[in-house]
Design a protein around this ligand. Structure first.
Ligand SMILES: CCCCCCCCCCCCCCCCCCCCC/C=C/C(=O)SCCNC(=O)CCNC(=O)[C@H](O)C(C)(C)COP(=O)(O)OP(=O)(O)OC[C@H]1O[C@@H](n2cnc3c(N)ncnc32)[C@H](O)[C@@H]1OP(=O)(O)O
Ligand SMILES: Cc1cc2nc3c(=O)[nH]c(=O)nc-3n(C[C@H](O)[C@H](O)[C@H](O)COP(=O)(O)OP(=O)(O)OC[C@H]3O[C@@H](n4cnc5c(N)ncnc54)[C@H](O)[C@@H]3O)c2cc1C
Length: 670
């Protein structure tokens, strides 16, 4: 995309771009995944940026009601454009991403439709998806309740089969059984997949999914027996407040039997419960799908924050030579580089692992279709673990990017507060990150015990099969340069992850029971899970570098970023590496020395490396991150848009400020 398309005239960052040692277009392809992906993304980004309906520059100044209405307007317009332009699913998806405003459409496409696809019979899919694909109905995913989110088996809503009418009676028996949180439920959705305890012939068969109509398709009013509303304002201005997360109570609402999603289990006309031959964990399949997409979201959010902080860091100057020479760009401070460049490397690392995870998910889905369920546990562990590690790191990094931008980073016009507020809940939704890491740990403990009984692990745990070597090896690193060797890096990550997992397994075996041991050791188990997930990310980055990567200098830059990603983790988690005996203190300090050299090598390429994310100024939504670097004019201009500046003398002056000032003046004259 040409600079002019980004809205820039003078390029204040031209000097920075001139120092790049690689082909930025080639890097765009590596980042996006293919030349085709770059082209589609560019086209959709420009479509959004050039359409006045998708403006978002005053979003943080809107009231909740105005913001919600604005979201309805944008969603309807996006659908109109999708139909008019005959957009493909890939294009429509990108259109939504660049509109950059959470709304009911997310739940409709990302959870309601996949839940019916994964848990509905062919007949049910035909009926409901036909309407959903045309937006004749709007759906959401109503699982979480006021009293339970993480513990899905603890949900209280009931679906009691009544054979006399061939219906389920959907009911919220307690206050804590009120559905609470589903996006789009509050004010928009006409339908939902509702998760409830199935009761038939007097027996509770646990949680199952049911399709419910919630609102009239004529006037949008809730159907009889259904009480629905919005759960209230959320963290930050703008941000996730565009979404109508909802509360819902059901009072003996009747639905036909065939609205139970029946791929996993059925209830017959007589009320018999019949389980099909697919594993019951497929009930959780929608969550696996969404967790996989969240990893891609995390890399996108992180790359936006890094793009803002790098460009601003190259413009912002503080202090200078004593002789009155030019001031220093803050990006040249080593402390700034050591805080920021690991995030730059993480953005690329998360992007590549996200691409791999998408492949893994597709592979598992194909296997499931042919009734091969063998890779489901690994898919669950990978999606849960990667969702957890990438979203936590991203939320922390966005917050740090705000600090890296100093005071201006705290302004809404920097784009960072909203980016933080929108991405922070990703640590919680689709599974609290700690709860999900404990699922990974459970998978690891099982794998360790299988290895002990001679079974060869596969996939992302294959390294555990090399237990004899990994439990006792010492890192071969002897010089700073040795830390450039991917094999040396991979070995210490494998040894650390395996030793932490084995330590946990050994300690659990000393506890009175497996359950008690797991509970007592849960903080260690979470750390072992993080070590395993970080190994996956490092490994997938290294594997990416073995692919054909085109473009002058592109591979070399990625090698440096891969080194930064891995070595900054060694630096950050040195305690783990030392205590498990994988590296010595000297090797740890050599890693840190190598890291410093890599930062210096990345510095001249930093601005070009964030240009390769290919974001428009509209999408970045930041006065600090503008492509042309014209930061100060933009900040100055943005300030005047604030509603407080609509009048020179503020509202409230006559009632509160004037009397106070007059009174004080009078007193001082006495
Ligand atoms: C052309 C037109 C097209 C137009 C297209 C337009 C496109 C527009 C696209 C829009 C794009 C939008 C982009 C935005 C995207 C972002 C959207 C994000 C929105 C997010 C909204 C949020 C939603 C939610 O939060 S939904 C609620 C989520 N809730 C949770 O995650 C709950 C977490 N808890 C659990 O998952 C479980 O309860 C758990 C796992 C913690 C415990 O379960 P349990 O049953 O009690 O189990 P346990 O005994 O531990 O496990 C039993 C057994 O099962 C295994 N297991 C568990 N989970 C799974 C799983 N998921 N898969 C497989 N196996 C699983 C577990 O390991 C155990 O196994 P064993 O050990 O072998 O027994
Ligand atoms: C913005 C947003 C959108 C959402 N959208 C939807 C939606 O569309 N549909 C829907 O159904 N839900 C939705 N949710 C709900 C979301 O899925 C839950 O909030 C999430 O699963 C966490 O559950 P919880 O709130 O019950 O947390 P809790 O489980 O109550 O967590 C509280 C604390 O307890 C800890 N904890 C809990 N269990 C354990 C354990 N076993 N071991 C150790 N620590 C534990 C957690 O780590 C956390 O620190 C949304 C939530 C948010 C914030």
């Amino acid at each position: 995309m040409a600079a002019a398309d980004w809205g820039g005239k003078a390029d204040h960052l031209a000097g920075e771009r001139a120092t790049a040692q690689f082909d930025v277009d080639g890097m765009k392809v590596a980042w996006a995944g293919s030349r085709h992906a770059v082209e589609v993304a560019d086209r959709m980004a420009c479509l959004v940026a050039s359409d006045p309906v998708f403006r978002k520059d005053t979003r943080t100044m809107l009231s909740r009601k105005e913001l919600f209405k604005d979201t309805l307007k944008k969603a309807a317009h996006a659908w109109k454009r999708t139909v008019e332009l005959h957009l493909t699913e890939e294009e429509a998806n990108l259109l939504r991403l660049y509109i950059d405003q959470p709304g009911y459409v997310d739940l409709h496409w990302v959870m309601f439709v996949p839940a019916i696809k994964g848990q509905g019979t062919e007949e049910q899919q035909k009926k409901w998806l036909t309407m959903a694909y045309k937006f004749q109905i709007i759906g959401t995913y109503a699982q979480t309740e006021l009293g339970h989110g993480s513990n899905v088996q603890g949900l209280e809503t009931t679906a009691t089969f009544d054979p006399s009418t061939d219906e389920f009676i959907m009911h919220s028996p307690t206050l804590t059984s009120s559905k609470w949180w589903p996006g789009g439920l509050g004010k928009t959705s006409t339908h939902a997949v509702v998760y409830a305890r199935l009761i038939t012939e007097g027996k509770d068969y646990g949680i199952h999914g049911f399709i419910m109509q919630l609102r009239s398709l004529d006037d949008h009013s809730p159907l009889p027996g259904i009480t629905i509303g919005d759960i209230g304002g959320k963290f930050g201005s703008g941000a996730y407040n565009s979404m109508d997360n909802g509360v819902m109570r059901l009072d003996h609402v009747r639905i036909p039997r065939d609205q139970m999603l029946m791929r996993l289990a059925q209830v017959t006309r007589e009320g018999k419960y019949v389980h099909s031959d697919v594993p019951k964990q497929l009930l959780y399949g929608t969550m696996v799908y969404v967790r996989q997409t969240i990893v891609a979201d995390a890399s996108r959010a992180l790359s936006r924050a890094v793009c803002i902080a790098v460009r601003y860091g190259a413009i912002r100057k503080q202090f200078g030579s004593k002789a009155g020479g030019p001031e220093t760009q803050v990006l040249n401070y080593k402390t700034q580089q050591s805080r920021l460049f690991p995030f730059l490397a993480s953005a690329y690392a998360f992007r590549f692992v996200g691409q791999w995870l998408k492949w893994l998910y597709t592979d598992v889905t194909q296997k499931l279709e042919s009734k091969d369920f063998s890779t489901l546990p690994e898919a669950h562990a990978c999606t849960a673990g990667l969702k957890s590690v990438t979203t936590s790191a991203t939320a922390d990094a966005i917050e740090e990017c705000q600090k890296l931008c100093g005071g201006h980073g705290y302004l809404n016009s920097s784009g960072l507060p909203e980016l933080f507020a929108v991405n922070l809940p990703a640590c919680t939704y689709e599974g609290d990150n700690v709860v999900l890491l404990l699922q990974v740990a459970r998978f690891l403990m099982k794998t360790v015990s299988q290895v002990a009984s001679g079974k060869q692990p596969v996939g992302t745990t294959a390294y555990m099969g090399n237990i004899q070597h990994l439990m006792q090896c010492k890192s071969v690193v002897n010089t700073v340069e040795d830390w450039l060797n991917p094999a040396a890096i991979k070995e210490v990550f494998e040894a650390r992850a395996l030793r932490m997992a084995v330590n946990c397994a050994q300690n659990i075996s000393k506890a009175p029971s497996q359950e008690e041991g797991f509970s007592e050791l849960s903080p260690d188990l979470v750390e072992a899970a993080v070590a395993h997930v970080q190994l996956i990310i490092v490994t997938k980055f290294i594997e990416k570098l073995q692919e054909d990567i085109l473009g002058h200098g592109v591979k070399e830059q990625l090698q440096k970023l891969c080194g930064i990603y891995a070595l900054h983790l060694i630096h950050k988690h040195l305690g783990d590496f030392l205590s498990t005996g994988c590296v010595t203190a000297r090797q740890g300090s050599l890693a840190n020395e190598r890291l410093g050299k890599l930062y210096a090598q990345v510095r001249p390429n930093a601005v070009a490396l964030v240009d390769a994310f290919d974001y428009t100024d509209h999408y970045l939504g930041s006065a600090l991150g503008r492509y042309d670097g014209d930061v100060y004019s933009a900040l100055y201009k943005e300030a005047w848009k604030d509603p407080l500046n609509e009048t020179v003398v503020p509202d409230g002056y006559q009632e509160h400020l004037r009397p106070l000032l007059k009174q004080q003046l009078k007193l001082s004259r006495l």
